[in-house]
Design a protein around this ligand. Structure first.
Ligand code: 13P
Length: 259
């Protein structure tokens, strides 16, 4: 992390876990376990139906609420979809786009990811843009080419002032939910590459200030080592964000780096 130039973000992604009535006890337990925050933004991205509860109970604990998905469309006949202005109206600050699970199970294209990021930016919500390679791509040494394409496609039409509101998350698909974490060096190598792609598009200053997170089996044990890397500005955490004690330990690791 380089806390001089950019914000540390520890974001949980609950995926399809937890009910609305479980939010309050979770937040209370987390609040009791987590350290006082200094220069670290804590976010919990939760299923849409849990958003009102997270906004209500997370406020006291200074936990920002994020969504896990958004429609690319502004409004209209899109049954089941939730528009960015609906999230903004509730007070949602962040929303994940381009998660590999949505790319895979819902066949989301890079163009759709870009349209969703646009919809969020137009409504004052920070997109957490996920990119990451498959195991096959890594083995074929296609990681950097793939990341390059995904980052450029997701940020198409996003200007420098909007980039300041974006967060990028590097999530190698082979590390998600597998217990197989990228080594700190592997994660750093790709996060550094993402920053250099952003430098090519936007220049040195925006590249220096954008927060780039690592995600993929980050947990209470390995967080400190990953967060110590210069281009890793936080984490996007799945499984460990469902356990208040573990999530608090990860926040503490980010806090310690911020001292
Ligand atoms: P895990 O932390 O469970 O590997 O999930 C990572 C992830 O996909 C966060 O978006």
């Amino acid at each position: 992390m380089n806390t001089k130039y950019r914000k540390t973000v520890i974001a949980g992604n609950w995926k399809m876990n937890m009910t609305a009535s479980e939010v309050r006890p979770f937040v209370e337990e987390l609040k009791a376990a987590m350290p006082k925050l200094k220069g670290c933004e804590t976010v919990l991205c939760v299923p849409a139906v849990n958003i009102p509860a997270m906004l209500r109970w997370g406020k006291d604990a200074k936990i920002a609420c994020g969504a896990e998905d958004v429609s690319a469309f502004a409004k209209g006949a899109y049954t089941g979809e939730i528009a960015a202005n609906m999230l903004a109206d509730l007070g949602v600050k962040y929303c994940i786009v381009g998660h590999s699970e949505r790319r895979e199970y819902h066949k989301e294209s890079d163009m759709l990811v870009n349209a969703k990021a646009r919809a969020l930016l137009d409504n004052g919500i920070s997109p957490i843009i996920c990119v990451g390679e498959s195991l096959e791509q890594r083995e074929m040494e296609l990681t950097m080419a793939h990341i390059n394409y995904q980052v450029r496609a997701a940020l198409h039409g996003v200007d420098a002032s909007e980039l300041r509101r974006c967060v990028i998350a590097y999530e190698p698909i082979w590390a998600i939910g597998t217990g197989k974490t990228a080594t700190a060096e592997q994660a750093e190598e790709v996060c550094r590459e993402i920053r250099s792609i952003i430098r090519e598009i936007y220049g040195a200053r925006p590249a220096r200030s954008v927060s780039i997170l690592y995600g993929g089996s980050m947990n209470a044990k390995n967080a400190a080592e990953l967060l110590a890397m210069p281009d890793i500005d936080g984490g996007l955490i799945g499984g460990a964000s469902l356990k208040p004690a573990d999530f608090a330990t990860i926040i503490a690791a980010a806090g310690a780096e911020n001292e």
